[in-house]
Design a protein around this ligand. Structure first.
Ligand code: ZN
Length: 396
């Protein structure tokens, strides 16, 4: 029930955000039907059922760089439940009762809003009588939407301010990344953690946030005095307001794809930023054990050849020609199926994730960007490759 209600919100919100982009998707860069996984086992439809969990072993994750940021002691951190990625351009998320989002106003200010699933009404998350929700007196109001996002985690809401390394002179405290904690009804708002200037939250396309039952995972970028960029995987714990540095990350377009119970799946492409002339290396997919910070290689695929997502059991590669399911525990290929795109469409523009066991993706009508037909959405059964066209389109 929850998914049926959330999906239209997600699709509409994400599709609207996507409509303004100009093809940042991997498939739009290099549509290529072939990919190879690092899977050891032969493709077999029933491999998923027969695979037994392998012990989690790997090598230590990338060390946290020296930053001087006052993170909470790592021994206080604990993952909580299944990790899932949060869709791009999605400054909100659903709880069991409703959907929280950020409503940006024309003057650049913003408010936290809530859509109650039961009433289907959107309200500003403020219970003050006669409040105009346009000043600091309102607990739902922010003076400047510097990439604000709101996520319900347990009984709290985490509001993450993205920050920016550019406009600090005139934005002051609003320019730096910040973690605010609120109660689910919008009361009790307070700032739990503030990053120093020169930091910003990564907004890498194709998944830059993830969550479990209690923690929000995000990537902080920082430029050192020497001009080097550092990336740190952070976790904000909603109940305590503590923010942890889990590990460093390679400066190679790292995406937080999703995860399992206690592990985060991420992918990165070594060397992608080094030269425009040389072809990047294969995109690497690894599992990160959040409790031990061990990283375990899962698979790899040629850069730009596929879109990816995962749920708590499978990692999925989706290209114009195939859908491939890879076991998240042992990296074996469970299913590899041919995929037929809608008539007239030549490549997949975006994949939005796994909903009720199906992959939700979109393609530009007629296979070209910004055509009058806009984006068409469809769902793919990853066990059969069967495509179901969804009754959603976005256009000019
Ligand atoms: Zn108000």
């Amino acid at each position: 029930m929850k998914h049926r209600l959330i999906l239209p919100c997600l699709l509409l919100a994400v599709a609207l955000a996507t409509a303004g982009l100009s093809g940042c998707g991997a498939a739009s860069r290099t549509p290529a039907p072939e990919f190879s996984s690092g899977a050891a086992a032969a493709p077999s439809p029933d491999a998923a059922e027969t695979a037994s969990p392998a012990p989690v072993t790997g090598e230590a994750a990338w060390p946290v760089p020296e930053t001087g940021i006052d993170f909470a002691p790592i021994q206080d951190f604990a993952p909580a439940g299944v990790v899932r990625a949060i869709s791009d351009s999605q400054p909100g998320d659903g709880s069991d009762t409703g959907y929280y989002a950020i409503d940006r106003l024309q003057d650049g200010s913003a408010r936290i809003t809530f859509v109650d699933y039961a009433t289907k009404q959107q309200i500003v998350l403020c219970s003050q009588p006669n409040c105009t929700h346009t000043s600091d007196a309102c607990p739902a109001w922010y003076s400047y939407d510097n990439a604000l996002r709101v996520y319900p985690l347990g009984d709290q809401l985490v509001v993450l301010q993205g920050g920016s390394f550019l406009p600090q002179d005139w934005l002051g405290d609003r320019a730096v990344p910040r973690v605010d904690i609120l109660n689910a009804d919008g009361s009790g708002r307070h700032t739990a953690f503030t990053f120093p200037s020169g930091c910003w939250v990564s907004t890498m396309p194709h998944y830059h946030m993830a969550r479990d039952d209690e923690n929000l995972y995000f990537v902080i970028q920082q430029t050192t005095e020497a001009g080097d960029r550092q990336a740190i995987l952070c976790a904000a714990h909603a109940a305590s307001g503590q923010v942890f540095a889990l590990c460093g990350l390679p400066e190679d377009e790292t995406h937080l794809i999703g995860g399992t119970d206690g592990t985060l799946v991420l992918e990165y492409t070594p060397g992608i930023n080094e030269s425009m002339d040389a072809a990047p290396a294969d995109t690497q997919v690894v599992r990160l054990d959040l409790a031990t910070r061990q990283r375990i290689p899962l698979t790899s695929y040629p850069f730009g050849s596929a879109l990816t997502a995962c749920d708590s059991e499978m990692f999925y590669l989706l290209s114009a020609g195939k859908v491939c399911s890879i076991n998240l525990v042992d990296g074996s290929t469970a299913v590899e199926m041919p995929l037929t795109l809608p008539e007239g469409c030549s490549s997949i523009q975006r994949m939005y994730g796994v909903f009720d066991g199906r992959l939700v993706a979109a393609t530009w009508t007629d296979g070209a960007m910004n055509t009058p037909g806009g984006l068409r959405f469809f769902a793919i059964d990853p066990t059969t490759g069967a495509r179901t066209d969804l009754p959603y389109t976005t256009g000019e």
